[in-house]
Each structure stands twice: as C-alpha cells, then as structure tokens.
Design a protein around this ligand. Structure first.
Ligand SMILES: [Zn+2]
Length: 344
C-alpha cells in the first residue's frame, strides 16, 4: 500500500492485455511491499506500537498510529478504540474494531487509599450547610448539602441576598458507598462496558475524552451493543436514585454523557439543571468535586468567594445536583470516568 505522503507511482502502460499483466503483476506488488517496509522503518516507533493496557501502563498515551491495512497515519482519537480514517480502508468494516480493550477498576485505584470507611472526605464552610447523614442497611450513606449561590451585585451578604431574592440554592446529595466491594460491583461492570462498547473521543489538544449527549439506546455513539449499554447505565442511575434519594420522587434518565480522563488533573464545568437533576457517577480513580462561584467578581462580606463545598467521590459514588445554575470543578486522582445523567 502507498503511504499518503508519497507520490503515486507511474501507471504501467503494458498492463492492458491479460497475458502481459499476468507476467508483470508480481513485480509491482513486491516493490510496493518493499517500499512499505522501508517507509515503516522511517516512522517513529510510537506510531507502530500496539494499543493495549501494557503499552499505556506507564502513563504514555499515543497521539497517533500507523494503519497497517492502508498505510494511513491516524490521530488517536478514542479512549479504547482504533478506527482508521482512510475512507477506503478495509479495516473500517472489521467488526473486531468495534470492541475496545478494557482495564479493570483495580488498576486505576490506589490500593492504600481504598479500604472501606464510614465517613467520606467531604468538607464545607458557611454559607453551605449540611443535613445529618442518612445511613442505609447495606452500609451506604447519604450526605446532603445546601449550597447558597450568589450571582448578582458587586458585593453581597447572606442577609441582603435572601431579602433581594437574587440567590438560588443548589442541593448537593452525595451517596457514599464507603468503598465496600459489595456496593461497587455494578459500577465496576459498567466501567468495563463503557470502555469496551462506547467510542469516547477527544478533540485534538484536549485532555478530556467525551461522548456527545446521548438521548436513547439508538444513538450510534453507543456502538454495536447500543440499547443494552443505555439500559445498563440508566438502570444504575435510576436504581441508585430510587434507593437513596426517594424524596426526589420517581426519576427517569433523559440524557447521558460520558467523560473520561487518562491521568490526574482538573476540569471545570458549568451546569444549569433547571427542572432537571444532574447525576454524576464516579468510575475508576477518586474524583473530588468542588463548587465554584459562578460569578467570580461577586464578593461575600468584602472577600472574594472561594469554593465552599468539597465532596470526594470514590468509585461507584454518585452526586446529585438540583437547583439553579452554578459552576464546579472536578479534580481527578488517576484514570477515571464521570458519567453525567440528566434526570427528571
Ligand atoms: Zn487504514
């Protein structure tokens, strides 16, 4: 096959008749194979490396790869899949490429830090308030915080905000599973399904891999097992809400989105749930969730506002956000995914 950066070879004028073409057919093919070997030797080794758990274990993630089927050099767009972008490439119809490779959740977590515990590493300061936690028979616990949100005016205090009505509140519910293996089984299975079946893509120059918002099991982003992948995600979220957040009433998942990262770092997001609730499920390494002022110019009692709630989610934990618009950042401690579900 011809690499894309080399000019087309001149056509052989004597290949028109059957007898001549049968004689000369062998040599161009051999030549092209030799060219292929030579051009591969000129490529950086990283483009030829296999794409597996072992080749990425040291924290290295390939930026691109050489397609051995058609000779095209592709950008490595997906978290776990390789799909050649050559329009005529035979590998595009290969069903094997629909299956991404998978790492288990244990290889993403720090074994020293994931022992079972009763209290999560959550911190808050006024004006955030916390309700007494609720314990469930299976060992899970619900922590419920009320976060005041100040969005207007150059300087506000809690009292004048409340009287002028310019503040909203955001309810943050943290369902903490205490790192109990029994409560994390479904999350571990979902972590593997998402890697295997869903093409989670990143844009060039960014560190986050993300799917578009998925609104049903027919979405092509869910891959060949579409409906069952949707059902597995929706069942997890709806079952957690009906078990731990009954006060919200019966809720259905309306849209799903998967974010994934391969290493430690920070990510900032804004959300405005309105009549909906936003559910975040942590899969893989721990993720700290921090509330941020949605308008950084607003001061509280003359001081710039900083985050006033920090929630640390362990693998399988969910955070439910309800209320007006606000901004949050997530700090991740390793390879992890955040499943975002809109529910109402
Ligand atoms: Zn190809």
């Amino acid at each position: 096959m011809q690499p894309w950066w080399e000019p087309e070879p001149p056509q052989q004028p004597d290949q028109h008749t059957l007898s001549e073409s049968s004689q000369s057919a062998a040599s161009p093919i051999l030549e092209s194979r030799n060219d292929d070997k030579v051009s591969r030797l000129l490529l950086p080794l990283s483009l030829l490396a296999p794409f597996t758990e072992n080749s990425t274990a040291s924290g290295f993630f390939p930026v691109g790869y050489y397609c051995t089927v058609c000779g095209r050099i592709n950008v490595q767009r997906f978290l776990r899949h390789r799909v050649c972008e050559g329009t005529a490439c035979d590998s595009r119809t290969d069903p094997q490429r629909e299956t991404g490779w998978v790492i288990s959740v244990f290889s993403t977590r720090d074994r020293k830090l994931n022992s079972a515990t009763v209290v999560p590493d959550d911190k808050w300061i006024a004006p955030t308030t916390a309700e007494p936690s609720t314990a469930f028979d299976n060992g899970a616990r619900l922590f419920h915080y009320h976060l005041a949100v100040y969005d207007s005016g150059p300087s506000v205090t809690p009292s004048n905000v409340l009287s002028s009505g310019s503040a909203g509140t955001v309810d943050v519910r943290h369902v903490f599973n205490g790192n109990r293996d029994l409560l994390q089984g479904d999350a571990s299975a979902l972590f593997e399904t998402l890697q295997r079946d869903v093409r989670i893509e990143r844009s060039i120059g960014t560190s986050v891999f993300v799917t578009p918002p998925i609104k049903s099991g027919d979405d092509p982003a869910l891959g060949r097992n579409g409906q069952s992948v949707w059902d597995q995600q929706a069942a997890f979220i709806e079952s957690a809400l009906s078990t731990y957040c009954r006060d919200l009433g019966p809720l259905k998942v309306r849209a799903l989105r998967v974010h994934a990262w391969i290493s430690v770092g920070k990510h900032i997001q804004t959300f405005s749930p309105g009549t909906k609730h936003l559910v975040l499920l942590c899969l893989g390494a721990d993720i700290a969730f921090l509330s941020l002022p949605s308008n950084p110019n607003v001061k509280l009692n003359g001081k710039p506002r900083r985050e006033c709630l920090r929630v640390t989610m362990v693998h399988g934990d969910i955070v439910v956000l309800s209320g007006s618009q606000f901004k949050f950042s997530t700090i991740r401690t390793g390879m992890c995914m955040l499943l975002e579900a809109e529910c109402n």
